[in-house]
Design a binder for this molecule. Structure first.
Ligand SMILES: [Zn+2]
Length: 191
């Protein structure tokens, strides 16, 4: 049993195809085995396989992922958001995180006024519809929508009361497309 571990970078030659098979996290190039990742090298001389295990691997968004996002801008035809992370996955997101949600994909029905659904600063749950050429999300399912909204006047977190959101400070209501677990969502787990 002879296992050697060290850190390698993407593109680094880690062995030859005469010594090892190219395992997970590596590829072959002209007789060499090259690392695909920044990670921990595992040269298994028993199995004769070279592998690289990525260190703190980042997540690349894919269609169908349910994500948490932060509303950056609200326009009549769409909202612009920044994806924070894939729900339930503490790892960071790599690649494009700026996304849009078209007005037709905001709710199950017809959306006449985008400002009654989302406001700048809201934390929302959305689903990835498309990743290329641009990142596009949707919230047109009952489980999707605002998880935490802030008063547009004083920026205090809004409390859910019946079907509206209420600011205790300003004693006024605001409308949102809320997720069923609005306000009870545990953000700290994902920090
Ligand atoms: Zn307020």
């Amino acid at each position: 049993m002879n296992k050697e571990k060290k850190i390698v970078v993407p593109g680094e030659e880690i062995g030859t195809t005469e010594e090892f098979l190219a395992g997970e996290g590596t590829f072959e190039l002209k007789g060499s085995i090259i690392s695909s990742y920044f990670g921990e090298l595992n040269l298994d001389s028993e199995e004769m396989v070279a592998k690289v295990k990525p260190i703190n691997p980042l997540v690349r968004l894919k269609v169908g992922d349910v994500v948490l996002a932060h509303v950056q801008d609200v326009k009549s035809s769409m909202i612009m958001v920044n994806v924070i992370r894939v729900e339930g996955n503490p790892r960071g997101v790599t690649g494009e995180t700026s996304a849009s949600i078209h007005v037709s994909r905001i709710s199950e029905g017809y959306t006449s006024d985008v400002w009654k659904e989302f406001r700048i600063g809201d934390i929302i749950r959305a689903r990835v519809m498309q990743t290329k050429p641009s990142l596009q999300l949707s919230t047109d399912k009952p489980s999707l929508g605002v998880l935490l909204g802030f008063c547009t006047r004083c920026r205090m977190p809004l409390e859910k009361k019946d079907k509206t959101l209420f600011c205790e400070n300003c004693k006024r209501n605001e409308l949102r497309k809320t997720a069923p677990d609005y306000g009870g969502y545990q953000f700290r787990r994902y920090r």
